[in-house]
Design a protein around this ligand. Structure first.
Ligand SMILES: NC(=O)c1ccc[n+]([C@@H]2O[C@H](COP(=O)([O-])OP(=O)(O)OC[C@H]3O[C@@H](n4cnc5c(N)ncnc54)[C@H](O)[C@@H]3O)[C@@H](O)[C@H]2O)c1
Length: 334
């Protein structure tokens, strides 16, 4: 067994830089040996940073025998085709979320992954988000008693790196498969599932306040969990400035846990009116945990914190929200 994962970064755009920072910061077991992008400038830029070989064609890269694993960071409509090609080529695959824009495509990818003898992981970094895991521990310790309800709020302004350029693929329904719910929404839905169990039904309204964005840029939804708890899920790509709002609040019979935008976890249990800071996390650390988990699974065969099939749940939740907007009714998720 080798002691390093030889990794190809496929799609050298915005999130690739974040993954590279995480690898450089804390995952020495990964060595980036290839970069692949149809835009040669992007492939070359990441290659220059890492000493990797740059490619503009995936098939040529796969034939080069310079890597054993791929990190697929591509527009959503390409996920199935590219993941399938890489799995069939015997690669370990880390695939950005959503696994694919439809459950049928996810099922096909999972079938290929099961028949391959390699690691297949969906890059849902919220699974490794320190604040989220701290809240999970506190809930297990009954720090706020029994959970009554929760709210996840992902209202964000557009970051240039994700929404810049003349014709961002995120503004196209055909390329993205959905808007804020299917895209970054998964990072707010996964924590709710980690804390509260499975979402069985949703009711939602979507809107299009962001100019030029074809898929939804706003969603207001209620999520019913199998426990009977109902949580709020709010998501918006805001066309204008925003005031502060916690990312999450979980309300229990004995108090409340709040995760704010600067990574603090605060406990409101009646002892301190302004709340007690019980932890300080950092969203960016989630990428380090994610890439370390992938490397460990490849090198040592350790189980993933969450198998790839779990990610189908965020997709099904998003699709049920879209259906609910159309039918104006509660829609089942599964
Ligand atoms: N986990 C997170 O926090 C997070 C954040 C942002 C994006 N993402 C996900 O990462 C993926 C990529 O998003 P992004 O924001 O980096 O997009 P991006 O547009 O910045 O980068 C995508 C790159 O893929 C390249 N590309 C397109 N077609 C290609 C092909 N056939 N072969 C090789 N390269 C090709 C483009 O030239 C571009 O450089 C998406 O699945 C997105 O949902 C995840």
């Amino acid at each position: 067994m080798t002691d390093k994962v030889r990794l190809a970064m496929v799609g050298c755009g915005a999130i690739a830089s974040w993954h590279l920072r995480a690898i450089e910061a804390s995952v020495p077991e990964i060595e980036v040996t290839a970069t692949v992008d149809i835009d040669p400038a992007r492939a070359n830029a990441l290659a220059a940073e890492t000493g990797a070989l740059a490619f503009t064609d995936l098939s040529a890269a796969l034939a080069s025998d310079t890597f054993d694993a791929v990190d697929l960071m591509l527009p959503h409509h390409l996920h199935e085709e590219v993941a399938t090609e890489c799995l069939n080529a015997g690669m370990h695959v880390l695939l950005e979320k959503p696994m694919a824009p439809t459950p049928e495509a996810c099922a096909r990818i999972l079938a290929v992954a099961r028949s391959s003898n390699t690691v297949f992981m969906v890059a849902e970094n919220a699974q490794y988000w320190p604040e989220i895991n701290l809240v999970a521990d506190l809930l297990a310790q009954e720090a706020i008693g029994e959970v009554i309800t929760a709210r996840a709020c992902n209202f964000v302004p557009p970051l240039e790196e994700f929404f810049g350029g003349d014709d961002p693929w995120r503004f196209s329904q055909a390329a993205a498969g959905g808007g804020v719910v299917m895209d970054a929404g998964s990072h707010w839905i996964r924590p709710l599932r980690m804390w509260l169990g499975e979402i069985i039904e949703v009711v939602a309204v979507v809107g299009h306040p962001f100019p030029g964005m074809e898929p939804e840029s706003l969603c207001r939804a209620l999520c019913m969990f199998d426990s009977g708890v109902v949580a709020v899920f709010d998501s918006m790509l805001a066309p204008g400035p925003l005031g502060p709002d916690p990312l999450f609040r979980v309300t229990g019979t004995k108090g409340e846990l709040v995760v704010d935008g600067i990574g603090r976890v605060k406990l409101y249990d009646g002892t301190e009116p302004r709340g007690t800071v019980v932890g300080q996390g950092n969203y960016l650390l989630s990428y380090e945990g994610e890439l370390a988990d992938f490397a460990s699974a490849v090198l040592r065969g350790t189980p993933l914190a969450a198998g790839p099939e779990v990610a189908v749940g965020e997709l099904r939740t998003a699709l049920a929200m879209y259906r609910s907007h159309e039918t104006r009714r509660w829609e089942p998720v599964w």
